[in-house]
Each structure stands twice: as C-alpha cells, then as structure tokens.
Design a protein around this ligand. Structure first.
Ligand code: AMP
Length: 449
C-alpha cells in the first residue's frame, strides 16, 4: 500500500470569525511542507464544509471559495507525496458521515501499522476510497463502540502506530493529537479569542497568533466553545523528534521543538567548518536549504560568503519528479551560477543533505563549467543512509547514495574535489541534545518503532 500523507502541514483554527481565511493564510505559510494538494474543512456548528484539490494553496482557493467555507472552526492540510498519485481523493481533509454526525481529519506523518489495520478493517467489510493512512482513522472512529467522540478518538489512536500529528473537526469541537514520540511537530497558539494548532510556528507569525506551547507527545487536546482547551494524556510522552525537520524540512523562521530552525542550521554550519575545514576563496550555499548552514560555515571559518548560485523560485522542489531524467532537467531549471563571481575560484559549497546525489553532481558540474577551479562539497547533516518510515519522503535504501557508496565513491560520483559530512554527534550538539530526544533513523538506521 502506498502511504501518501508524507511531509505535510496541518492547521486547526478554533473559535474565530475568519476561521477559513486564517487556515488559508496558515497553509500558505506552510506551503513548503507540501505542494501537491491543499484542503480546508470548516464547521458552522451544524454542518461541515470541505474544499480540497490538487495544486498550491493559492491555486486551490480564492475569496469566493473561502467565503463558502462557513463557520468559526477550520482544519486544513497541504500534501506532499510522490508524483503520479494524482487522485483528488488522496487530498485532505478526509471527510465522513458516521453515526455521531460528521467529521473531518487532517494528518501529518506516516502510520507504521497502516497496512495491518487496513487489512483487518477490510476483512470486516470496510470499504476504502483512498490510499491514505488517514482513512483508517475514520473507520476506527466510526466503528468504535465508545459513546462519545473523545473516547472514540482515544480508542482509535490506541490502535495505530507510528508518526502522526492529527487535527479532527466535528460539528462542535476540534481535537488535536500528537503521537507519543512527537515525531512530527505540532504547536498550540492563541489567535484572537480562539486557538490555533499548526505544524510550524511560521503560520502563527503570519496570522498574528501567539505561541502558547507545543502539543505534548501523546497528548490529546479538546477544543470546546467557551472553555480552555482540555488536555488528556493518552500516552506518556517519550520524545523522539524528527531531526530532519531541523536539517531540511521546516522553515528557518519557525521554532520547532521550541528552538529556532535558522539558529540550529547555522550551528550545524559552524560545527561543519570546525570539523571539516578546507582552504578556499568563498563559501557558497545551495539555495535555499543550504543558506543558514553556509552562513555558519563562513562565520566560523572566516572565508567570505557569496550567493554564487541563484535559484529560480518559480520551480517547485526537484525531489518529487518520478524519473531521473526529469529530476536532472529540473535541477538545471532551478539553479544557475553567477559566472563572473565563480571563474578561477576555489569554492566550498554547502548543502543540507545528499539523497540520491543528483543535485550535488549537477551543481558541481555546473560550477566547474562556470570556471570554478575547485569545488568542495560540505553537507550539514550526516550521510542519509536509511529511509524514513515516519513521514519524510525518502527513497528506498537502494536509491540512497550513502547507503551504497563510501565517502570517496560519492565524492567521485558527484565529481567534487572533496566531500565531507557533519557527524551525527556534531549534529546533535548543534541542536543542543543527546540522541535520546531525537529520531536520527535516516542517518543511523536506529528505528524507534
Ligand atoms: P538528491 O539530488 O537526491 O541528492 O537530493 C538532494 C537535495 O534534495 C538536497 O539539496 C536537499 O536539500 C533536498 N532534499 C533532501 N531531502 C529531501 C526531501 N525529503 N524532500 C525534498 N527534497 C529533499
């Protein structure tokens, strides 16, 4: 079964007269977490309204559509998934009518036992419309023999394993739940007289919300009109936050797991400069991912920082294209060198990660063609050796270059003069933690569940 709800953003707005619009702006701020589809469900207390479609947030919604999303409560989602799975049914929120009325769910993360749960449900006669893990939850909630929705949600999440930051909407309430490991981020804020939950705090900044705290791992929050959010500890928290949010995924202006992402990335660059120095004329980031780490590297090494590679911002991320040919083409469309700056110079090029090696190889070639005399690749994370099962879209192990080649072989493949990665210890130091608090499985192969 395909798992399509990877690397997404979720939002929930509770008790605000402009709920659908605030959800829209929040999703816009978190567009980097998923560009394939977007959707919003609202409730006016009587009925749920849903609009979702393929495309960017600005393509899916306009004022007229937002006005038809009535009510003071809204949940929303942007989806990131592998290209080719283009069914609109796979967009979120997932809406359903059931014996207690109507509900809608948005989900960021990947359930590790989704197949088992789905197979068991199908055996009992359930009919599925999508390939999304999220649909499991709808069935589990609808089938639960508990009387109240809160108890049914608890019942349902006890049957699922893996990574999830969830927001549920019923006609009168909103719920937010984070898995016990807190794999994916989820923060709680105050907006006007109401509340907001969002994958990233950059959404709060845009809509003028005030950060309250992160939703705790294993915590269920219940939002009810006229009451402070009620908290239920469904699981003892055992934090294993995804460290890749700091490395690549989250926006630098967000505070994720209570720390600012930009500062974390800069610290990674500093660590990298100290551990893997090399003589050169300038430090060049691969935009946008490599920028904060390159600044950190430049400051720590004293080598000038130059934006010698320009990025065309009207191209989506290159990663999502299914064929190698298309990926190569998209890298070319996306990044171009400033020839005059580069000619005859020794460059340190900083990127956040190497996955398949396509991007790095293309960049090194491009810089050499532009006249660079040396290109030294510096990667602000450890080698990506293992796929993620908790929501970050990584290819299978056999396509991860670092799981099949040594450092020297990768360096030769990308045609660089040298290549060095940040060590796992240095990465953990950069984010102020020992590895007991973070999931580093993509770099270490140590899986949590
Ligand atoms: P690759 O060409 O496969 O080596 O991809 C490496 C590039 O993809 C780097 O520039 C990263 O910034 C970016 N990247 C790393 N992980 C992801 C991901 N999960 N989704 C999209 N892009 C990624």
């Amino acid at each position: 079964m395909r798992s399509l709800n990877e690397k997404c953003a979720v939002i929930g707005i509770f008790d605000h007269t402009e709920a659908s619009k605030l959800a829209y702006f929040s999703l816009h701020a978190m567009q980097h977490r998923g560009q394939e589809a977007a959707g919003i469900s609202t409730s006016d207390g009587e009925k749920l309204y849903t609009i979702k479609d393929r495309g960017l947030v600005t393509q899916v919604f306009d004022t007229q559509k937002l006005n038809t999303l009535k009510g003071n409560m809204a949940i929303g989602h942007t989806r990131y998934s592998t290209a080719g799975d283009d069914s609109i049914l796979d967009a979120q929120p997932v809406f359903a009518r059931y014996d207690l009325g109507e509900m809608a769910i948005v989900h960021n993360g990947n359930l590790t036992n989704a197949k088992e749960v789905r197979d068991a449900l199908i055996k009992k006669g359930a009919i599925f419309q999508t390939f999304m893990d999220t649909e499991n939850l709808i069935h589990l909630i609808a089938k639960s023999d508990q009387l109240h929705l809160t108890d049914r949600i608890i019942d349902a999440v006890k049957k699922i394993e893996g990574a999830y930051s969830l927001v549920f909407l019923s006609r009168s309430k909103m719920f937010a739940m984070r898995d016990r490991f807190g794999f994916r981020p989820l923060s709680l804020g105050r907006v006007g007289d109401g509340y907001v939950v969002a994958s990233e705090t950059c959404a709060f900044d845009l809509i003028g919300a005030e950060f309250i705290r992160d939703v705790e791992p294993g915590e269920l929050l219940i939002f009810e009109k006229g009451k402070a959010p009620q908290s239920i500890k469904v699981y003892e928290p055992t934090p294993k936050h995804c460290i890749f949010e700091y490395v690549y995924f989250a926006r630098p202006d967000s505070n994720v797991y209570n720390q600012n992402v930009y500062s974390m990335r800069k610290a990674m660059g500093k660590e990298l400069a100290l551990a893997k120095p090399v003589e050169a004329d300038m430090v060049v980031p691969v935009p946008d991912g490599g920028v904060p780490a390159a600044i950190g590297y430049a400051q720590a090494s004293g080598i000038p920082y130059e934006m010698a590679i320009m990025r065309n911002h009207y191209i989506g991320r290159t990663f999502i294209e299914p064929t190698q040919e298309m990926r190569d083409l998209k890298v070319k469309m996306k990044l171009s060198p400033i020839n005059d700056l580069i000619r005859g110079k020794r460059l340190i090029v900083v990127d956040d990660s190497i996955v398949r090696g396509t991007t790095s190889r293309r960049i090194v070639r491009m810089l050499k063609e532009a006249g660079a005399s040396e290109v030294h690749m510096r990667i602000s994370s450890p080698p990506t050796t293992d796929p993620c099962f908790y929501g970050v879209d990584t290819p299978d192990k056999d396509k991860l270059i670092a799981s099949n080649m040594t450092n020297e072989e990768i360096c030769a493949f990308i045609e660089a003069d040298s290549l060095a990665y940040l060590s796992n210890d240095a990465l953990l130091r950069s984010v102020n933690a020992g590895d007991d608090k973070y999931c580093t499985a993509c770099f270490t192969g140590k899986y949590i569940v």
